[in-house]
Design a protein around this ligand. Sequence first.
Ligand code: SF4
Length: 377
Amino acid sequence: MEPQHFAARLVAWQRRHGRHDLPWQASTDPYRVWLSEIMLQQTQVSVVLAYYPRFLQRFPTVQALAEASEDEVLAQWDGLGYYRRARNLHRCAQQICHAHGGVFPRTAQGLQQLAGIGRSTAAAIAAFCFGERAAILDGNVKRVLGRSHALPAPVSAAAELRALWNLAERLLPEHDIQAYTQGLMDLGATVCKPRNPSCLQCPFEGDCRARQSGSGATPLFDAADGSSAQQQARDAPVKPAKTRRTQTWVLLWAENAQADTASIWLERRGATGIWPGLWCLPQFDSREQALRHAAQLGALTEHSPRPITRHALTHLDLQLEPLQVRITPTPGARDAGGNWFTLPAALALGLPAPVRKLLQTAANLAKLQDAQAVAPT
Ligand code: SF4
């Protein structure tokens, strides 16, 4: 397929059938476009739709984001997962404010120098906001290009990526870069899906190499290289099915017996591993370990387990067993990597989603009890 034909068909298709009402499409403000691009990495549009306006309301400008504390940013990001993105977002806002006078670089090359902005994301921002002819190549686009053009079998993953970037650049149109870029994203997300692509709705249906090599009216393409599922099944070595692991975590829910307002002990997690850098109820493998840790915080007055909850991570199922204790704190325990927080203060921190849920339930219950206590009998 000639590059100009590919682009012309894609642009025409996008104008008729593409997505036009996503909130970030209403603006060419690089702050808004950048925010949407980062949120959309590894997160579905339906989820981002709920977070995007809320985040913008709290941080309406890149300056507001740069001036916020990391905890505030993580708290607003809570639930979107992959917290490294939120940290990079914050660092990037600070770089823009401190090194670029609060103004986004206007080229893909310049944008790519900033924290958390890779080549494809930089190209998307530059194309949407500044009209630059820059090629994007996220997972969806790799699939569309790989299938429609059926590149020769690569000798390595790096060679395959190079070939895809070269193809993405060759196909760039002279005009209509915004509609073209949006078209690639839309086609990958809504038509050329990983499984069961809707080829009959695709502008490349007549020429698509993967479709032509498919074996049936509704071919099952499943890979970026456009090969059919049947072909892959023949070629692929037999791999054992991936099994999900389950881990049990005991979460120490320590309440301060001396505080006037209910307060709990939270510790900041390490920079690596699960939920890096977030505040959390201290985590242990057993109740005994948790109780030993509690004894270091102060004198234990009582303890009782709370209901178990479950939380699914990408490759791991967590069984969370909160262990509630009341403690008369030892002075100085505040320095032991954690601190006492009232429930509202805790809820303003960056917390893992299941811990936020636990604390929110406790906060709601406390409110209810307060209301009942003052209600006339
Ligand atoms: S014809 Fe089918 S496989 Fe080919 S690009 Fe279109 S949707 Fe994807």
